[in-house]
Write a protein that binds this ligand. Structure first.
Ligand SMILES: C[S@@+](CC[C@H](N)C(=O)[O-])C[C@H]1O[C@@H](n2cnc3c(N)ncnc32)[C@H](O)[C@@H]1O
Length: 463
């Protein structure tokens, strides 16, 4: 691979793949509405359940959205940060009992090599063009591995006249070698669909030579601790630090991108209320930022850990959303097929002379039954030890639906680990119409366990 002839084939085959892809029906698994109950920190960042997170492969989602009038040409911003063809496996690094455990997050290995990689990316980009608004922008985040091929493919799909920018995101970490210059940047290709795209110019500081004032007539100058500067239109080279090990925004998910990077992207091409999408959302940086900035979002990932990281992150900032899946896989994982089980104690105390009761839910022990095959022995040992000594450390988040309809989990209480802290008791007053209670528990590896019980059973066991 590497010839222009092969690129032509890539595009033709991707078009065929798009034509042959069946659209999918998605069902709602979960609906988190911060207005329904207490959000974890009491924050309210985009309290709308119109935000959507899809669990599954994005190609079928893209095809279904592209067939719906309400989505065709409606996305003002598409940002994607797909695997880069690095041929590596990425781990999430999670802290349990004072030790780091490594858990497989996603693979960037391609059986059909570069050709197969480019074909699947191209098919998705073709569908994304259908979804992009006439005044929208698409941002394709890659690095040196394939950005040169992607540029040609983007020219083909979006038109070379619609090339807007190649953003160079430069950072300090990684990339060093004794055999070449250190590779310390990613490339973000920006394309529009038409020449009428929305763009808000952002400004940045430009320091004067020797940090001294120029005193040009009509030029406003400012001064900070470094010296004198003017404000100029932002350049296409962005120096933003990667998410550091101790950074507050760090989720532990591999290749998580900094919020500052996404804030710039969202700010320069969307307005509050606009719809943004990230079809390779990982730990949910774009949805988290978009919601905080008053935009709504569609997010998708095929990794369970990615989707659960996104859910936890959005809950922690008080954002509302619905979670969809093609197959109710999350639900299937509850009960016997789950990778883990957790004890959940539920009790109900009736108030004399009232039809209301106090429900208390307490998390008990955790039993991790199946660990991922790719997990190294050191991490397995840490988890087995935690199961024995401090099982709650294996729980990342949990939530309770006090009015479960047997289908969609609609929690009114959500708890997400905040550094080392996780609340393990939940109390709520319920009325006589409370029929069933459902508890969803997520472990640090993104595995989900559901337990639900009828209130009649809880009531009789509590007497
Ligand atoms: C580089 S990561 C995204 C990181 C993200 N920008 C963040 O800030 O956390 C790429 C993601 O794409 C997901 N992915 C890869 N192929 C996919 C596909 N076909 N459908 C949906 N998600 C996919 C992977 O599971 C992974 O989470």
């Amino acid at each position: 691979m590497g010839t222009l002839k092969d690129l032509t084939k890539v595009i033709e085959q991707a078009q065929r793949q798009v034509a042959n892809t069946r659209s999918a029906e998605f069902t709602v698994l979960e609906e988190v509405d911060p207005m329904r109950g207490q959000s974890v920190r009491g924050a309210d960042a985009g309290g709308t359940v119109d935000n959507k997170i899809y669990y599954g492969d994005n190609i079928r989602l893209l095809k279904s959205l592209a067939e719906k009038e309400e989505y065709r040409g409606r996305l003002k911003l598409i940002y994607i940060d797909p695997p880069f063809f690095s041929e590596a496996r990425y781990d999430a690094v999670i802290r349990v009992s004072g030790s780091n455990i490594r858990h497989p997050a996603y693979d960037d290995k391609w059986q059909q090599g570069l050709y197969g990689y480019l074909r699947q990316l191209t098919a998705r980009l073709i569908l994304m063009r259908e979804l992009l608004a006439e005044d929208g922008l698409i941002w394709l985040h890659l690095d040196w591995h394939v950005v040169h091929y992607a540029r040609i493919i983007m020219d083909e799909i979006f038109g070379e006249k619609n090339f807007v920018n190649e953003i160079i995101w430069t950072y300090k970490s990684g990339g060093s070698s004794r055999r070449r210059f250190a590779r310390k940047h990613d490339n973000i290709l920006v394309y529009s669909k038409t020449k009428h795209y929305n763009f808000n110019v952002l400004k940045e500081k430009s320091y004067n030579r020797q940090f001294k004032p120029y005193r040009f007539r009509g030029v406003k100058e400012y001064r900070d601790e470094q010296g004198w500067y003017t404000m100029v239109n932002m350049k296409d080279v962005w120096q933003i630090d990667m998410v550091g090990r101790t950074s507050a925004e760090r989720t532990g998910y591999a290749t998580q991108k900094p919020e500052q990077l996404l804030e710039r992207i969202v700010e320069c091409c969307t307005e509050p209320g606009d719809l943004c999408a990230d079809f390779f959302c990982g730990s949910g940086t774009l949805p988290a930022v978009a919601a905080r900035m008053g935009r709504s979002f569609i997010a998708c990932d095929r990794g369970r850990l990615a989707v659960e990281s996104t859910i936890g992150r959005l809950c922690a900032q008080g954002t509302g959303f619905r979670v969809y899946a093609e197959e109710p896989e999350h639900r299937a994982e509850g009960g016997r097929q789950s990778r883990f089980e957790a004890e959940v104690h539920m009790s109900m105390e009736e108030f004399p002379g009232s039809d209301k009761s106090l429900v208390t839910i307490r998390l008990g022990n955790v039993l991790e039954r199946r660990l991922p095959t790719g997990m190294e022995e050191k991490s397995r040992t840490v988890i087995r030890k935690a199961v024995r000594n401090s099982p709650l450390e294996l729980i990342e988040a949990w939530s309770v639906d006090f009015d479960y309809d047997g289908r969609v989990h609609r929690p009114s209480a959500v708890f997400v680990r905040n550094k080392k802290e996780l609340n393990d008791v939940c109390r709520q007053i319920v009325g006589p119409d409370c029929r069933r209670i459902c508890v969803k528990i997520v472990d640090v590896m993104g595995n989900v366990f559901y337990v639900d019980r009828p209130c009649t059973q809880i009531r009789s066991e509590s007497r």
